[in-house]
Design a protein around this ligand. Structure first.
Ligand SMILES: *Cc1c(COP(=O)(O)O)cnc(C)c1O
Length: 307
């Protein structure tokens, strides 16, 4: 059994000229390598698994080469001394994964990789079956880490200090995080999810997990998953300079830019108190900069200040 850690996560105000108040909860500070929401999503899944006393505990999951989830699973395994296997999309990485910052970090955490072609990667059911035959004792965690149990873990992102806010905002990928926020929010609170992925089934998936209708989904300006825009890079560089809070270009940067945009368009009633969850993802900045540099595009300029 893993102990529920008692993290004290700071909530800080983002001072703006809007006629609302914006705050950010720094779940990114929970652990340098495990994004806040990924930590909580893994926590109950792994705990339940360990309660069944598996003979040789092993965590297996899926992800792309820059995946926060893969980074988190590897760091989680290291922290709690459980071996991990990552099934990684793209067999072209087989010989040069060492150059990828996410994967080389995951490997340092002890993760073992299996690289699969993009085609095979699509068929998760088949992969899952293959790996569960090979490792019958392992816990196989879905890509992105979201499932019914993951949603339960998100309750720990909420507490006495979040009860007072009118709006709770988060970036949405697979929907587990917003489902948990929606499920455990106070009666008077509205939940706003900023979608960073084009997935029309999210509304339904989230409703099934949360069983409440207190949430709205809005699209990030660029909602193709993983697509980084120069405009967003400028925004997160500006944001870091002004508030000294680093954001990532895949989730939290897109979320915060959208919140500012919504505030400008008077989406939030005057005087509202908004809480945005900083769900982490900062490990992805290295890989993002590597990519941007190769394309001669503007870079995230605070990389060296935070690592
Ligand atoms: C995975 C992730 C999210 C999205 O969480 P979901 O539960 O998949 O919707 C948000 N922010 C960061 C930094 C993430 O890594």
């Amino acid at each position: 059994m893993l102990q529920i850690p008692e993290y004290k996560i700071p909530i800080v105000e983002i001072k703006t000229d809007f006629d609302i108040q914006i705050f950010i909860k720094r779940e990114d500070l929970i652990h340098p390598k495990i994004s806040g929401n990924k930590f909580w999503k893994l926590f109950f899944n792994v705990n339940q698994y360990l309660e069944s006393k598996p003979e040789k505990p092993l965590l297996i999951s899926f992800g792309g080469a820059f995946s926060n989830h893969i980074a988190s699973v590897s760091a989680f395994g290291k922290q709690f001394d459980i071996p991990t296997i990552g099934i990684i999309r793209g067999n072209e990485l087989e010989n040069n994964w060492q150059e990828n910052p996410t994967l080389s970090e995951a490997s340092k955490n002890g993760m073992q990789f299996f690289f699969v072609s993009r085609e095979d990667y699509q068929n998760k059911e088949k992969l899952t079956q293959k790996f569960s035959e090979k490792y019958p004792n392992a816990l196989i965690i879905p890509e992105g880490g979201s499932n019914e149990m993951a949603v339960e873990g998100v309750r720990y992102m909420l507490g006495e200090d979040t009860k007072d806010f009118d709006y709770l905002c988060t970036a949405v990928g697979t929907g587990g995080t917003i489902a948990g926020i929606s499920k455990f929010a106070e009666e008077h609170q509205k939940v706003v999810g900023i979608k960073v992925v084009r997935d029309d089934s999210l509304q339904k998936t989230i409703s099934e997990w949360s069983r409440r209708s207190n949430f709205d989904l809005v699209d990030a300006d660029e909602n193709r998953y993983g697509k980084i825009t120069d405009g967003n890079i400028r925004f997160i560089n500006w944001f870091y300079e002004k508030y000294e809070i680093p954001l990532d270009p895949i989730y939290t940067g897109k979320m915060m830019q959208k919140i500012f945009d919504l505030a400008e368009k008077d989406f939030f009633p005057k005087g509202s108190k908004i809480l945005a969850f900083h769900t982490g993802g900062l490990q992805g900045i290295k890989g993002a900069n590597q990519f941007l540099k190769s394309k001669n595009r503007p870079l995230i300029d605070f990389e060296n200040s935070i690592f």
